[in-house]
Structure formats: C-alpha cells, structure tokens
Ligand binder design. Sequence first.
Ligand code: NDP
Length: 312
Amino acid sequence: MKNRMTTQPLKLDGNAIAATIKAEVAAEVDVLRRNGITPGLAVVLVGTDPASQIYVRSKVKTCGDLGIFSEMLTPPESVTTDDMLAIIAELNAREDIDGILIQLPLPKHVDTKRLLESVDPSKDVDGFHPVNVGRVQSGQRALAPCTPAGIIEILKRSQLAIAGQQAVVVGRSDIVGKPAAMMLLNESATVTICHSRTRDLAAITRHADILVAAIGRPAFITEDMVKPGAVLIDVGINRVEDAALVARWFPGNASRKESMEKRGSTVVGDIDPRAFAISGAYTPVPGGVGALTIAMLMQNTLTAAKARRGLV
Ligand code: NDP
C-alpha cells in the first residue's frame, strides 16, 4: 500500500490514454482502408436535445479524424417506434455500416428497449444488446459498453493491478455499474456492487482497493469512505452551479473559480476531489473516464468492421 505521507497520488490522464487508443485505431483503420475496407458508423440522433447534439457531433468528428466513415441520421422528435425500427433494419442490412449507435435518451413515446434489441449484435458498438451483455457476462469476446471498457483500459494501461484486488462499484446501471462490475470480475477482481439500498456504504467502500463511483451525485464519495492508497475511478459527470460548494470541494483551485465566474457552473465527479489526496491513483473529472468513452466507441467500430469480415 502507498504511504500517504510520502507518496503523491497518481493522476490518471484519460485524455492521454484516449489519444493513444485513437492513434492505434487510426493506424489499423489505415491498413484496412489500404485493403479496400472503410469502417463505417451510423449515428441516429432523434430530436434536438443540445447535450445529445454535442455528444453526436464529437463522435462524428472523431470518426473523421481516424478515417472512419460516419453517417448521421436525424429523425424528428415525433418519430415512432415503428419508424425507428425501419431505420435500424435498413442500417442492419447495409454493407458499408459496421456500427450503429442510437443516441440516448430517446423521446418517452419511443420503446428504447425494443430498439436496442433490434440492432444487429455484430453492429452494436454501444454494447447494449442482450447478446453482447451476455457475452460480457460469460467472459466471451464482445462489443463491450464503452464507458466500462474505458475503465478497464485506464487500469491496464496504467499498469494498475486488477486481479485479486477488492473492487467496489457504487452504481448498478445497465450502462455503467453492472457491466463495469462484470468486466472487473472477468479480470479476476473480487467485486462488490453497491446501490441506493446498500446498508452502511462507507464500511464497504473503505475496503476497496479499486473504488468505481457511477452514481450521478456530485462529490458523494467523501474522504472518510476511501481507503488510503486506493485507486479511485470517478465516472460521474455532474454540472454544479453552487459556487460555495465548488469552493469547498476545490479549495484554492483557480481554474474552477474561473469556470464558475465565466460559465456559472463546473463539472464535478461523484467523488469529493479532496479524497484524491489520500488515494494511490485517481481519475480526474473532467479528463478521466469520460475522455475514454469516444475512444472506446471508435475501437468497437473497428472491432465490428474486422469481426464482420472474419478478420479477428
Ligand atoms: P444511473 O442514474 O442510471 O445509476 C445511478 C446508480 O447510482 C444507481 O444504481 C443508483 O442505485 C446508485 N445510487 C444512487 N444514489 C445512491 C446512493 N445514495 N448510494 C448508493 N448508490 C446510489 O446513472 P448512470 O450509471 O447512467 O451514470 C452514473 C454517473 O456516471 C452519472 O453522473 C453520469 O452522468 C455518468 N456517466 C458518465 C459517462 C462517461 O462517459 N464518463 C457515461 C455514462 C454515465 P439504484 O439502482 O438503487 O437506484
């Protein structure tokens, strides 16, 4: 275990790791293209939600940067489940499309579960189809969900041990908590999953060698809930507008103060940043796990393109 008096916690640079993964993907895409294969991603964005538009634009731009063909489909907010099923059926059948991403959330009147299940599992680059969920669970090769896959990449590429470690995942959502727990288990961690009904959460998190927070509550995991020397993986993305809270969580941090003054808000993870000081390593927010998500989407698109042609 690290000695908290003498060892500086290691800040895990998600941006740098994401850049490395993207460079690796770009190099492989280049080889494929020279052999006449261009991986293709279709992104379906329903309606005009500003946050979804930003995410989608960023995904499309990254495709362009890496040599991946991308196509954006933008059905109106009024689209029906049947319309969407028809769009997906067409994309499933297209030879030039290797990955299909349906940007969530969808309007309430659309049956999201049915749509996600209608995506061809071999093109399911978000890893949400039950076939891929099952493959992850049984430790088979799969298109794994991007955020949990990013967590594993951060740990492995930072040479942080997973096998034999006590991993505690706080959060049990289908897109982050549960698959993250499964993937840590597949790497031979001893995994505990916690949620809103967990009794004495702090007593459990204090045993974690690897603590993954995927809760959606700013600075929820406090220093007293963390074992000194633990690896802290902060998945949370929470926009906070309360300047007094931000000043308390980031004492003397000039860039946070500036962000509050300029934009009136800042993005905070699920772990109180003051807890990072006693950790062995931690992912910052922003610039940690979030930075990996698009890189993993690109990797999944490449994997899908290769797998569909029998190249992996
Ligand atoms: P969900 O709201 O789907 O799940 C939150 C989980 O946290 C639930 O399992 C819930 O438990 C648990 N929880 C809530 N309150 C408590 C509590 N008091 N004690 C213990 N557990 C609690 O969120 P997501 O999994 O989708 O996202 C989690 C966070 O990660 C969010 O901040 C989100 O923005 C971020 N995120 C980041 C991504 C990235 O790219 N970095 C991608 C996806 C999400 P229960 O099941 O009992 O309700």
